[in-house]
Design a protein around this ligand. Structure first.
Ligand code: IPM
Ligand code: MG
Length: 354
């Protein structure tokens, strides 16, 4: 197939890891006879420096026209001034909203060889295979808000949901569960929050259309605990925007490193944004030591969800599994006796395995 991919590496290690994702896409194109063209654009801090905007209109337009978007990460100490009016993170949120990507899929797998890299006891990790379906264009990130000012030191954010927003994300979760172990855990805070009580009611109603899928409701504090206590019991977790943000950082520790978790942000069409769940890690940016596997696994999701190239996606995931089995490790997942590689070398061995 022929496809146009927009790359927006952003800041920090986003640049390092997206380069390796592109390398893998080129290897896939060569091996399977596809033509992928790449267009690079700005987002986040580097976009603020160049244009004054965290998401320049030219970037959003290119992403709208693209067949798929590969993103790195945004942010860094240079743009961290809490009083700044423009922030890199606004670019990422505007992109998600601008493309109406309301469903963020974050799979958490544990490679058996990486069990030692996790802070959890290895036996807890047996059989862990879950996906967090995070609502991405609503909730606490997008409700009415007020910034504190020097003469009015109150501030607020609002967790606002309309029923249709809950319904469409619930449907994504149930559809996905049907292809997996047929269990949905809906995570909320219905004992305290009105928006969570609406969430619970709508998810329960949607479940009636999926009698073959089991539904359980869980409070978010309890879910945070059970994720560590019995992670293998989860299949599909569906939750509010910020709950999903927090729980996926926690869940990344099951796979050993933030550098292992991929994500796909999807809406109604086939276009999507694919990105590692980790941030821009300014402390290690440009040192060539970042783990590109989360981005490479995001490339697999891109091939599968935006291009319908299941065979190619499987091949990329298999190549990642092979290099891990062969003992290649970036610093974040290194354990004694393994082969320590840098960012580019990791990309290279994945391409060779492919
Ligand atoms: C993520 C990140 C972003 C989020 C930040 C960078 C705005 O933490 O994708 O998980 O909170 O969604
Ligand atoms: Mg996050």
């Amino acid at each position: 197939m022929q496809a146009n991919i927009v790359t927006i590496p952003g800041d920090g290690i986003g640049v390092d890891v997206v380069a390796e994702g592109v390398k893998v896409l080129q290897a896939v194109a060569a091996k399977f006879g596809h033509t992928f063209t790449f267009e690079n654009h700005l987002i986040g801090g580097c976009a603020i420096d160049a244009t004054g905007e965290p998401l320049p209109a030219s970037t959003l337009d290119a992403c709208k026209r693209a067949d798929a978007v590969l993103l790195g990460a945004v942010g860094g100490p240079k743009w961290d001034d809490p009083t700044a009016r423009v922030r890199p993170e606004q670019g990422l949120l505007a992109l998600r909203k601008g493309l109406a990507l309301y469903a963020n899929l974050r799979p958490v797998q544990v490679f058996a060889e990486l069990r030692d890299a996790s802070p959890l006891r290895p036996e807890r990790l047996e059989g862990v295979d879950l996906v967090v379906v995070r609502e991405l264009t609503g909730g606490l990130y997008f409700g009415p808000r007020k910034e504190a000012t020097s003469d009015n030191m109150t501030a607020y954010d609002t967790m606002l949901y309309a029923d249709y927003e809950v319904e469409r994300i619930a449907r994504k979760a149930f559809e996905l569960a049907r292809l997996r172990r047929k269990k949905v855990t809906s995570v909320d805070k219905a004992n305290v929050l009105s928006s969570s009580r609406l969430w619970r009611r709508v998810v329960t109603a949607v479940a009636a259309d999926y009698p073959d899928v089991a539904l359980e409701h869980m409070l978010v504090d309890s879910a945070a605990m059970h994720l560590m206590r019995r992670p293998a019991d989860f299949d599909v977790i569906v939750t509010e925007n910020m709950f999903g943000d927090i729980l996926t950082d926690e869940a990344s520790m099951l796979s050993g490193s933030m550098g292992m978790l991929a994500s796909a942000s999807l809406g109604e069409g086939t276009n999507g944004v694919y990105e590692p769940i980790h941030g821009s890690a300014p402390d290690i940016a440009g040192k060539g030591i970042a783990n590109p596997l989360a981005t490479i696994l995001s490339v697999a999701m891109l091939l599968r969800y935006s291009f319908g190239l299941g065979k190619e996606a499987d091949a990329v995931e298999k190549a990642v599994a092979d290099v891990i089995a062969a003992g290649y490790r970036t610093r974040d997942i290194y354990t004694e006796g393994m082969k320590l590689v840098n960012t580019q070398e990791m990309g290279d061995v994945v391409c060779q395995a492919l």
